[in-house]
Design a protein around this ligand. Structure first.
Ligand SMILES: Cc1cc2nc3c(=O)[nH]c(=O)nc-3n(C[C@H](O)[C@H](O)[C@H](O)COP(=O)(O)O)c2cc1C
Length: 329
């Protein structure tokens, strides 16, 4: 039997904590802002919001910052479970400290094969904005995916009726127009999405607009002829993540829901792209809530889903801050 000293045990738990946090930082985040910081304290890991990385123009309430942190929390929990821990999560554990978003308490257990399968998917997840194939996404396929991903306190609404799909497309275009004509949004987006080894949105993740299809992406060059194209294609699956209430707890859970939908989509061979602009702009968010979600909860994020080309090369990972930059002493 090997004898492990106290200092070696402490070291092992720090290494484990670092491994879990490193996986957490692979999560998707609005404009790849990575708005989180973490503290490892023995078997406890704290997740905090980093307000210095909040989009104060596009996200003044911190909704999309918190959804991003919820996604990071989910990644960390899944990784902990692959390492043989039960991860006991408490959301918003400190009254009066809204930036303390969550605590993960690591309790020894057994490696969980389901978590391993999920971690494998999360590890190769990318926001792949390349054009989807034209194959339509059957409604029952989308419903199955949503049913498999459902998370307490959250729901996901699939938008099927042609008139409502057209309306959602118009709202996305309107939100994109509002943001691209307001220099404050444009400056903020440019600042955060500039690609660096530590963040931003790389060129490989900003596909050139398709010459025939009138489809655009949020990260197209504002001066390019892609502006004015449709942000949503006729064959896209459209899903809105909704929550019962509309506060930080619900936003954190929406982050989990986003990851679960993403891995379910990947398993089905689908690409998923979040579209957050219509939730960022107050008028289009109100229209989405009143006309589309219509009393079925608070809209948090719109998702486009579609079939990937079978022969598509995987995208490289986008940059992340070094681990030591996100760890608090
Ligand atoms: C809350 C949230 C909102 C997002 N909104 C958009 C969006 O409007 N358009 C888009 O193309 N990507 C959007 N994304 C995807 C991010 O840009 C992406 O996660 C980030 O650039 C990191 O890249 P990766 O997902 O490939 O790791 C969003 C992600 C999150 C978590």
């Amino acid at each position: 039997m090997s004898v492990i000293s106290r200092s070696e045990r402490a070291h092992a738990s720090v290494t484990t904590g670092r491994d879990i946090v490193a996986f957490g930082t692979r999560a998707p985040s609005i404009h790849n802002t990575q708005p989180w910081s973490w503290r490892i304290d023995g078997s406890r890991i704290d997740l905090r919001a980093d307000r210095g990385r909040q989009l104060h123009v596009a996200d003044p309430e911190g909704r999309h910052l918190t959804i991003s942190c919820g996604a990071a929390l989910h990644h960390a929990v899944v990784r902990a479970r692959t390492l043989g821990f039960e991860a006991e999560v408490e959301l918003l554990p400190t009254a009066g400290d809204p930036d303390h978003l969550a605590t993960i308490q690591l309790v020894p257990g057994r490696p969980d094969p389901e978590a391993e399968a999920e971690a494998e998917l999360l590890g190769r997840r990318r926001t792949d904005r390349r054009r989807f194939t034209a194959w339509p996404l059957p409604d029952d396929r989308l419903d199955q995916l949503v049913a498999a991903a459902v998370e307490p306190g959250t729901d996901a609404l699939t938008i099927r009726e042609p008139a409502r799909r057209v309306r959602v497309g118009l709202l996305v275009s309107k939100a994109a127009w509002v943001e691209s004509h307001d220099p404050r949004y444009a400056r903020e987006q440019e600042h955060w999405t500039l690609p660096t080894p530590e963040g931003g949105v790389p060129e490989t993740h900003r596909p050139a607009p398709h010459p025939r299809l009138r489809v655009s992406s949020r990260y197209d060059d504002p001066g390019s002829e892609s502006m004015g194209r449709d942000p949503v294609q006729g064959t896209d699956g459209l899903v809105v993540i909704t929550t019962e209430e509309d506060g930080p707890r619900d936003w954190l859970r929406s982050g989990t829901m986003l990851c679960r939908l993403w891995t379910e989509a990947m398993t089905a061979g689908l690409s998923l792209v979040p579209l957050s602009q219509l939730v960022e702009v107050p008028d289009t968010r109100a229209a989405l809530a009143d006309e589309i979600v219509a009393g079925a909860g608070h809209p948090q994020l719109l998702l486009r889903l579609g079939w990937q080309e079978i022969s598509r090369n995987p995208l490289p990972p986008s940059g992340r801050r070094p681990l030591d930059d996100v760890l608090l002493p």
